[in-house]
Write a protein that binds this ligand. Structure first.
Ligand SMILES: Cc1cc2nc3c(=O)[nH]c(=O)nc-3n(C[C@H](O)[C@H](O)[C@H](O)COP(=O)(O)O)c2cc1C
Length: 396
Protein backbone atom coordinates (compact mmCIF):
# COMPACT_ATOMS: atom_id res chain seq x y z
CA UNK A 1 0.00 0.00 0.00
CA UNK A 2 1.13 3.51 -0.67
CA UNK A 3 -0.31 6.89 0.06
CA UNK A 4 0.90 8.73 -3.01
CA UNK A 5 1.08 12.46 -3.56
CA UNK A 6 -1.02 13.41 -6.61
CA UNK A 7 2.08 14.25 -8.66
CA UNK A 8 3.38 10.70 -8.36
CA UNK A 9 0.16 9.20 -9.64
CA UNK A 10 0.79 9.99 -13.31
CA UNK A 11 3.67 7.56 -13.62
CA UNK A 12 2.79 4.86 -11.08
CA UNK A 13 1.09 1.66 -12.32
CA UNK A 14 -2.67 1.72 -11.76
CA UNK A 15 -3.47 0.38 -8.29
CA UNK A 16 -6.00 -2.41 -7.94
CA UNK A 17 -8.11 -0.26 -5.65
CA UNK A 18 -7.99 3.40 -4.77
CA UNK A 19 -9.80 4.71 -1.70
CA UNK A 20 -9.25 8.45 -1.87
CA UNK A 21 -5.47 8.93 -1.69
CA UNK A 22 -4.89 5.36 -0.53
CA UNK A 23 -3.69 3.09 -3.32
CA UNK A 24 -3.95 -0.63 -2.63
CA UNK A 25 -2.35 -3.08 -5.02
CA UNK A 26 -4.62 -5.84 -3.68
CA UNK A 27 -8.34 -4.94 -3.59
CA UNK A 28 -8.98 -6.62 -0.26
CA UNK A 29 -10.32 -5.25 3.02
CA UNK A 30 -10.45 -7.00 6.38
CA UNK A 31 -14.02 -6.47 7.59
CA UNK A 32 -14.37 -4.68 10.92
CA UNK A 33 -15.36 -7.25 13.53
CA UNK A 34 -16.04 -6.22 17.11
CA UNK A 35 -14.03 -8.28 19.57
CA UNK A 36 -11.84 -9.66 16.76
CA UNK A 37 -10.10 -7.07 14.58
CA UNK A 38 -7.93 -5.50 17.27
CA UNK A 39 -4.30 -4.58 16.57
CA UNK A 40 -3.20 -8.14 17.32
CA UNK A 41 -5.43 -9.75 14.70
CA UNK A 42 -4.81 -7.00 12.14
CA UNK A 43 -1.05 -7.41 12.50
CA UNK A 44 -1.35 -11.17 12.13
CA UNK A 45 -3.47 -10.89 8.96
CA UNK A 46 -1.08 -8.32 7.52
CA UNK A 47 1.88 -10.64 8.11
CA UNK A 48 0.31 -13.00 5.54
CA UNK A 49 -1.29 -10.63 3.06
CA UNK A 50 -1.97 -7.18 1.71
CA UNK A 51 -4.85 -4.75 1.73
CA UNK A 52 -6.69 -2.57 4.20
CA UNK A 53 -7.30 -3.85 7.72
CA UNK A 54 -10.11 -2.09 9.58
CA UNK A 55 -10.33 -1.71 13.36
CA UNK A 56 -13.10 -2.99 15.55
CA UNK A 57 -16.09 -0.68 15.60
CA UNK A 58 -15.52 2.35 17.81
CA UNK A 59 -18.50 4.18 19.32
CA UNK A 60 -18.14 7.84 18.37
CA UNK A 61 -19.59 9.11 21.64
CA UNK A 62 -17.09 7.04 23.64
CA UNK A 63 -14.29 8.47 21.51
CA UNK A 64 -15.50 12.04 21.99
CA UNK A 65 -15.69 11.38 25.73
CA UNK A 66 -12.19 9.87 25.55
CA UNK A 67 -13.22 6.66 27.22
CA UNK A 68 -9.98 4.92 28.24
CA UNK A 69 -10.83 1.57 26.62
CA UNK A 70 -11.86 3.30 23.40
CA UNK A 71 -8.67 5.35 23.26
CA UNK A 72 -6.75 2.12 23.56
CA UNK A 73 -8.81 0.41 20.85
CA UNK A 74 -8.07 3.12 18.30
CA UNK A 75 -4.32 2.68 18.64
CA UNK A 76 -2.34 1.07 15.86
CA UNK A 77 0.97 -0.71 15.90
CA UNK A 78 3.79 1.13 14.12
CA UNK A 79 3.84 -1.58 11.43
CA UNK A 80 0.22 -0.84 10.46
CA UNK A 81 -0.17 1.30 7.37
CA UNK A 82 -2.64 2.44 6.22
CA UNK A 83 -4.29 2.78 9.62
CA UNK A 84 -8.05 2.34 9.52
CA UNK A 85 -10.75 3.03 12.13
CA UNK A 86 -14.43 2.20 11.92
CA UNK A 87 -16.82 4.52 13.74
CA UNK A 88 -20.35 3.82 14.81
CA UNK A 89 -22.84 6.47 15.83
CA UNK A 90 -26.25 8.03 15.20
CA UNK A 91 -25.74 11.71 15.91
CA UNK A 92 -24.20 13.79 13.09
CA UNK A 93 -22.47 16.24 15.46
CA UNK A 94 -20.95 13.52 17.63
CA UNK A 95 -19.74 11.52 14.66
CA UNK A 96 -18.24 14.63 13.07
CA UNK A 97 -16.49 15.44 16.34
CA UNK A 98 -15.09 11.90 16.58
CA UNK A 99 -13.82 12.22 13.01
CA UNK A 100 -12.25 15.60 13.82
CA UNK A 101 -10.40 14.11 16.79
CA UNK A 102 -9.05 11.23 14.72
CA UNK A 103 -7.86 13.58 11.98
CA UNK A 104 -6.52 16.35 14.23
CA UNK A 105 -4.54 13.85 16.29
CA UNK A 106 -3.39 11.92 13.20
CA UNK A 107 -4.79 8.63 14.47
CA UNK A 108 -5.86 7.05 11.16
CA UNK A 109 -5.41 7.19 7.38
CA UNK A 110 -8.94 5.95 6.68
CA UNK A 111 -12.26 6.15 8.50
CA UNK A 112 -15.24 3.88 7.87
CA UNK A 113 -18.77 4.48 9.14
CA UNK A 114 -20.84 1.50 10.26
CA UNK A 115 -24.47 1.43 9.10
CA UNK A 116 -24.80 -2.34 9.14
CA UNK A 117 -25.33 -3.37 12.73
CA UNK A 118 -28.47 -5.58 13.07
CA UNK A 119 -28.33 -6.02 16.86
CA UNK A 120 -31.80 -5.36 18.42
CA UNK A 121 -30.59 -3.04 21.16
CA UNK A 122 -29.19 -0.77 18.41
CA UNK A 123 -31.87 -1.02 15.70
CA UNK A 124 -34.64 -0.65 18.33
CA UNK A 125 -33.37 2.91 18.83
CA UNK A 126 -32.97 3.55 15.10
CA UNK A 127 -29.22 2.94 14.95
CA UNK A 128 -27.08 0.63 12.79
CA UNK A 129 -28.83 -0.96 9.83
CA UNK A 130 -32.08 0.86 10.72
CA UNK A 131 -30.55 4.29 10.20
CA UNK A 132 -30.24 4.54 6.38
CA UNK A 133 -34.04 4.27 6.23
CA UNK A 134 -34.01 7.88 7.47
CA UNK A 135 -32.17 8.93 4.36
CA UNK A 136 -31.94 12.62 5.29
CA UNK A 137 -30.24 11.80 8.58
CA UNK A 138 -27.95 9.32 6.84
CA UNK A 139 -26.90 11.95 4.27
CA UNK A 140 -26.36 14.53 6.98
CA UNK A 141 -24.10 12.16 8.93
CA UNK A 142 -21.99 11.24 5.91
CA UNK A 143 -21.74 14.85 4.68
CA UNK A 144 -20.62 16.16 8.06
CA UNK A 145 -18.21 13.28 8.58
CA UNK A 146 -16.67 13.76 5.12
CA UNK A 147 -16.24 17.46 5.81
CA UNK A 148 -14.62 16.77 9.18
CA UNK A 149 -12.35 14.14 7.62
CA UNK A 150 -10.79 16.62 5.16
CA UNK A 151 -8.12 14.73 3.21
CA UNK A 152 -8.64 11.48 5.11
CA UNK A 153 -10.89 9.23 3.01
CA UNK A 154 -14.18 8.32 4.61
CA UNK A 155 -16.16 5.26 3.54
CA UNK A 156 -19.54 3.77 4.39
CA UNK A 157 -20.40 0.16 5.20
CA UNK A 158 -24.03 -0.87 5.08
CA UNK A 159 -26.50 -3.70 4.61
CA UNK A 160 -29.13 -4.08 1.89
CA UNK A 161 -31.77 -2.58 4.14
CA UNK A 162 -34.03 -3.43 7.03
CA UNK A 163 -35.90 -6.26 5.34
CA UNK A 164 -36.84 -7.25 1.82
CA UNK A 165 -39.70 -4.74 1.73
CA UNK A 166 -37.58 -1.89 3.07
CA UNK A 167 -34.35 -1.87 1.08
CA UNK A 168 -32.06 1.12 1.45
CA UNK A 169 -28.78 0.24 -0.20
CA UNK A 170 -29.31 1.93 -3.56
CA UNK A 171 -30.53 5.23 -2.09
CA UNK A 172 -27.92 5.15 0.65
CA UNK A 173 -25.14 4.24 -1.80
CA UNK A 174 -26.02 7.20 -4.04
CA UNK A 175 -26.40 9.50 -1.04
CA UNK A 176 -22.96 8.46 0.26
CA UNK A 177 -21.48 9.10 -3.18
CA UNK A 178 -23.11 12.55 -3.34
CA UNK A 179 -21.90 13.31 0.17
CA UNK A 180 -18.29 12.72 -0.84
CA UNK A 181 -17.63 9.24 0.54
CA UNK A 182 -14.50 7.62 -0.92
CA UNK A 183 -16.10 4.17 -1.30
CA UNK A 184 -19.15 2.20 -0.23
CA UNK A 185 -19.19 -1.39 1.00
CA UNK A 186 -22.28 -3.58 0.97
CA UNK A 187 -22.87 -6.59 3.21
CA UNK A 188 -25.44 -8.13 0.92
CA UNK A 189 -27.97 -9.13 3.54
CA UNK A 190 -30.82 -7.22 5.17
CA UNK A 191 -30.79 -6.59 8.92
CA UNK A 192 -33.64 -9.10 9.31
CA UNK A 193 -31.56 -11.79 7.64
CA UNK A 194 -28.91 -11.24 10.29
CA UNK A 195 -26.21 -13.75 9.23
CA UNK A 196 -28.55 -16.44 7.91
CA UNK A 197 -28.77 -17.95 4.44
CA UNK A 198 -26.54 -16.67 1.68
CA UNK A 199 -25.48 -13.12 0.94
CA UNK A 200 -27.27 -11.86 -2.17
CA UNK A 201 -24.33 -10.93 -4.38
CA UNK A 202 -26.69 -9.67 -7.11
CA UNK A 203 -27.35 -6.64 -4.87
CA UNK A 204 -23.63 -5.83 -5.00
CA UNK A 205 -23.87 -5.85 -8.80
CA UNK A 206 -26.90 -3.53 -8.62
CA UNK A 207 -25.05 -1.15 -6.33
CA UNK A 208 -22.10 -1.14 -8.70
CA UNK A 209 -24.47 -0.03 -11.48
CA UNK A 210 -25.99 2.69 -9.29
CA UNK A 211 -22.80 4.12 -7.77
CA UNK A 212 -20.45 5.00 -10.57
CA UNK A 213 -17.90 7.53 -9.36
CA UNK A 214 -16.42 5.78 -6.32
CA UNK A 215 -15.41 2.16 -5.64
CA UNK A 216 -18.07 -0.32 -4.59
CA UNK A 217 -16.85 -3.08 -2.29
CA UNK A 218 -18.66 -6.38 -1.93
CA UNK A 219 -19.09 -8.22 1.35
CA UNK A 220 -20.68 -11.44 2.47
CA UNK A 221 -19.77 -15.12 2.41
CA UNK A 222 -16.26 -15.01 1.02
CA UNK A 223 -14.78 -18.17 2.50
CA UNK A 224 -11.89 -18.64 0.05
CA UNK A 225 -9.83 -16.78 -2.54
CA UNK A 226 -11.92 -18.49 -5.22
CA UNK A 227 -15.07 -16.94 -3.68
CA UNK A 228 -13.44 -13.50 -3.79
CA UNK A 229 -12.50 -13.88 -7.46
CA UNK A 230 -16.03 -15.08 -8.22
CA UNK A 231 -17.64 -12.17 -6.37
CA UNK A 232 -15.57 -9.67 -8.34
CA UNK A 233 -16.36 -11.38 -11.63
CA UNK A 234 -20.08 -11.82 -10.96
CA UNK A 235 -20.79 -8.38 -9.53
CA UNK A 236 -18.14 -6.16 -11.13
CA UNK A 237 -17.32 -4.82 -7.65
CA UNK A 238 -14.02 -3.00 -7.17
CA UNK A 239 -12.85 -4.90 -4.12
CA UNK A 240 -13.88 -7.39 -1.48
CA UNK A 241 -14.42 -7.12 2.27
CA UNK A 242 -13.70 -10.35 4.12
CA UNK A 243 -15.01 -11.10 7.61
CA UNK A 244 -15.77 -14.53 9.01
CA UNK A 245 -13.77 -16.37 6.35
CA UNK A 246 -10.52 -15.31 8.00
CA UNK A 247 -11.47 -16.37 11.53
CA UNK A 248 -8.85 -18.91 12.52
CA UNK A 249 -7.36 -18.50 9.04
CA UNK A 250 -5.46 -15.20 8.90
CA UNK A 251 -3.38 -16.65 6.04
CA UNK A 252 -6.49 -16.29 3.85
CA UNK A 253 -5.11 -12.80 3.18
CA UNK A 254 -2.05 -14.42 1.56
CA UNK A 255 -4.33 -16.48 -0.65
CA UNK A 256 -6.36 -13.36 -1.50
CA UNK A 257 -3.19 -11.41 -2.36
CA UNK A 258 -2.05 -14.23 -4.65
CA UNK A 259 -5.45 -14.38 -6.34
CA UNK A 260 -6.18 -10.65 -6.62
CA UNK A 261 -2.82 -8.88 -6.16
CA UNK A 262 -0.30 -7.72 -8.76
CA UNK A 263 1.12 -11.19 -9.39
CA UNK A 264 -2.29 -12.88 -9.84
CA UNK A 265 -2.68 -15.03 -12.94
CA UNK A 266 -5.94 -14.28 -14.72
CA UNK A 267 -8.39 -17.16 -15.14
CA UNK A 268 -8.55 -20.54 -13.47
CA UNK A 269 -8.98 -21.51 -9.83
CA UNK A 270 -6.62 -19.72 -7.43
CA UNK A 271 -3.98 -22.18 -6.21
CA UNK A 272 -3.44 -22.43 -2.44
CA UNK A 273 -0.28 -20.55 -1.46
CA UNK A 274 -0.11 -21.98 2.02
CA UNK A 275 0.23 -25.61 3.05
CA UNK A 276 -1.99 -25.40 6.10
CA UNK A 277 -0.70 -28.46 7.93
CA UNK A 278 -1.58 -28.78 11.59
CA UNK A 279 1.96 -27.62 12.46
CA UNK A 280 1.40 -24.45 10.40
CA UNK A 281 -1.94 -23.79 12.11
CA UNK A 282 -0.41 -24.33 15.57
CA UNK A 283 2.24 -21.71 14.77
CA UNK A 284 -0.39 -19.20 13.59
CA UNK A 285 -2.48 -19.82 16.72
CA UNK A 286 0.59 -19.34 18.95
CA UNK A 287 1.53 -16.13 17.14
CA UNK A 288 -2.02 -14.82 17.55
CA UNK A 289 -1.93 -15.55 21.29
CA UNK A 290 1.43 -13.81 21.63
CA UNK A 291 0.18 -10.72 19.75
CA UNK A 292 -2.93 -10.60 21.94
CA UNK A 293 -0.78 -10.72 25.08
CA UNK A 294 1.26 -7.83 23.66
CA UNK A 295 -1.90 -5.89 22.74
CA UNK A 296 -3.55 -6.27 26.14
CA UNK A 297 -0.19 -5.92 27.95
CA UNK A 298 -1.57 -8.66 30.14
CA UNK A 299 -0.79 -12.36 29.68
CA UNK A 300 -3.95 -13.57 31.38
CA UNK A 301 -6.23 -11.33 29.25
CA UNK A 302 -4.46 -12.22 26.03
CA UNK A 303 -4.73 -15.95 26.78
CA UNK A 304 -8.41 -15.51 27.69
CA UNK A 305 -9.08 -13.64 24.44
CA UNK A 306 -7.53 -16.34 22.23
CA UNK A 307 -10.07 -18.81 23.64
CA UNK A 308 -12.82 -17.72 21.25
CA UNK A 309 -10.48 -18.52 18.34
CA UNK A 310 -9.64 -22.13 19.30
CA UNK A 311 -12.51 -23.81 17.43
CA UNK A 312 -11.91 -21.66 14.34
CA UNK A 313 -8.21 -22.46 14.07
CA UNK A 314 -8.61 -26.19 14.60
CA UNK A 315 -11.81 -26.69 12.56
CA UNK A 316 -11.34 -29.90 10.57
CA UNK A 317 -8.00 -30.85 12.23
CA UNK A 318 -7.46 -33.91 14.43
CA UNK A 319 -7.36 -32.02 17.72
CA UNK A 320 -9.65 -33.69 20.26
CA UNK A 321 -12.30 -32.05 22.41
CA UNK A 322 -10.28 -32.36 25.61
CA UNK A 323 -7.28 -30.66 24.12
CA UNK A 324 -9.43 -27.89 22.66
CA UNK A 325 -11.08 -27.40 26.05
CA UNK A 326 -7.66 -27.28 27.73
CA UNK A 327 -6.45 -24.68 25.20
CA UNK A 328 -9.56 -22.66 25.98
CA UNK A 329 -8.66 -22.76 29.69
CA UNK A 330 -4.99 -21.85 29.39
CA UNK A 331 -3.99 -18.62 31.08
CA UNK A 332 -0.28 -18.39 30.21
CA UNK A 333 1.67 -18.66 26.95
CA UNK A 334 3.75 -21.42 28.57
CA UNK A 335 0.58 -23.46 29.17
CA UNK A 336 -0.41 -22.90 25.54
CA UNK A 337 3.06 -24.01 24.41
CA UNK A 338 2.90 -27.11 26.57
CA UNK A 339 -0.50 -28.05 25.17
CA UNK A 340 0.49 -27.34 21.56
CA UNK A 341 3.60 -29.46 22.18
CA UNK A 342 1.39 -32.49 22.79
CA UNK A 343 -0.22 -32.11 19.35
CA UNK A 344 1.68 -33.78 16.51
CA UNK A 345 1.66 -32.61 12.91
CA UNK A 346 -1.00 -33.66 10.42
CA UNK A 347 -1.63 -32.78 6.78
CA UNK A 348 -4.09 -30.11 5.70
CA UNK A 349 -7.48 -31.87 5.99
CA UNK A 350 -9.03 -30.25 2.91
CA UNK A 351 -12.70 -29.46 2.85
CA UNK A 352 -13.19 -30.11 6.59
CA UNK A 353 -11.09 -27.04 7.36
CA UNK A 354 -12.93 -24.83 4.89
CA UNK A 355 -16.31 -23.15 4.75
CA UNK A 356 -18.54 -21.34 7.18
CA UNK A 357 -17.33 -20.26 10.59
CA UNK A 358 -18.39 -17.55 13.03
CA UNK A 359 -21.87 -16.08 13.32
CA UNK A 360 -24.71 -17.76 11.43
CA UNK A 361 -28.16 -17.92 13.03
CA UNK A 362 -31.63 -17.52 11.70
CA UNK A 363 -33.58 -14.56 10.33
CA UNK A 364 -35.31 -12.38 12.93
CA UNK A 365 -37.76 -9.54 12.68
CA UNK A 366 -35.72 -6.38 13.13
CA UNK A 367 -36.58 -4.46 16.27
CA UNK A 368 -37.40 -0.83 15.34
CA UNK A 369 -38.71 2.29 17.08
CA UNK A 370 -42.45 2.64 16.87
CA UNK A 371 -43.60 4.07 13.55
CA UNK A 372 -40.05 3.99 12.14
CA UNK A 373 -41.09 2.60 8.79
CA UNK A 374 -43.96 5.07 8.29
CA UNK A 375 -41.74 7.75 6.85
CA UNK A 376 -38.21 8.09 5.53
CA UNK A 377 -37.85 11.47 7.22
CA UNK A 378 -36.87 11.92 10.83
CA UNK A 379 -39.66 13.14 13.13
CA UNK A 380 -39.58 15.44 16.16
CA UNK A 381 -37.87 14.17 19.29
CA UNK A 382 -36.35 11.24 17.47
CA UNK A 383 -32.81 12.51 18.05
CA UNK A 384 -33.12 12.12 21.84
CA UNK A 385 -34.51 8.61 21.48
CA UNK A 386 -31.73 7.64 19.09
CA UNK A 387 -28.97 8.67 21.43
CA UNK A 388 -29.82 5.49 23.31
CA UNK A 389 -28.47 3.63 20.28
CA UNK A 390 -25.00 4.97 20.98
CA UNK A 391 -24.29 2.54 23.74
CA UNK A 392 -21.51 0.03 23.15
CA UNK A 393 -22.69 -2.78 20.93
CA UNK A 394 -21.20 -5.88 19.45
CA UNK A 395 -20.96 -4.94 15.83
CA UNK A 396 -22.65 -5.98 12.83
C1 LIG B 1 -17.96 -11.26 15.33
C2 LIG B 1 -18.39 -10.23 14.33
C3 LIG B 1 -18.30 -8.89 14.65
C4 LIG B 1 -18.67 -7.92 13.73
N1 LIG B 1 -18.51 -6.60 14.04
C5 LIG B 1 -18.73 -5.66 13.09
C6 LIG B 1 -18.42 -4.30 13.33
O1 LIG B 1 -17.91 -3.93 14.39
N2 LIG B 1 -18.68 -3.40 12.33
C7 LIG B 1 -19.23 -3.78 11.13
O2 LIG B 1 -19.45 -2.93 10.26
N3 LIG B 1 -19.53 -5.06 10.88
C8 LIG B 1 -19.26 -6.00 11.82
N4 LIG B 1 -19.49 -7.32 11.53
C9 LIG B 1 -19.96 -7.68 10.18
C10 LIG B 1 -18.78 -7.96 9.26
O3 LIG B 1 -17.97 -6.82 9.11
C11 LIG B 1 -19.26 -8.44 7.89
O4 LIG B 1 -20.03 -7.42 7.31
C12 LIG B 1 -20.12 -9.69 7.98
O5 LIG B 1 -19.54 -10.65 8.83
C13 LIG B 1 -20.34 -10.32 6.58
O6 LIG B 1 -19.11 -10.63 5.99
P1 LIG B 1 -18.54 -12.15 6.00
O7 LIG B 1 -19.58 -13.02 5.37
O8 LIG B 1 -17.26 -12.06 5.20
O9 LIG B 1 -18.32 -12.51 7.42
C14 LIG B 1 -19.16 -8.30 12.45
C15 LIG B 1 -19.26 -9.66 12.14
C16 LIG B 1 -18.88 -10.62 13.05
C17 LIG B 1 -18.97 -12.07 12.66
Amino acid sequence: MTIAPDSALDTAPAPALRIGPIALDTPVVLAPMAGITNTAFRRLCREYGAGLYVSEMITSRALVERNAITMRLIQHHESETPRSIQLYGVDPATIAEAVRIIVAEDRADHIDLNFGCPVPKVTRKGGGAALPWKIGLFSDIVQRAVKAAGDVPLTVKMRKGINKDHLTFLDAGRAAEDAGAAAVALHARTASEYYSGHADWSAIGELKQAVTSIPVLGNGDIWSAADAVRMMEETGCDGVVVGRGCLGRPWLFGELAAALGPSAQPGGEPAPVVDATLGFVKDAFRRHAELLVEFFEDEDRGCKDIRKHVAWYFKGYPVGGELRAALARASTLQEIDDLLGTIGDAPYPGVGAEGQRGRAGSPKRTALPEGWLDSREIGEGVGDMMRGAETENDGG
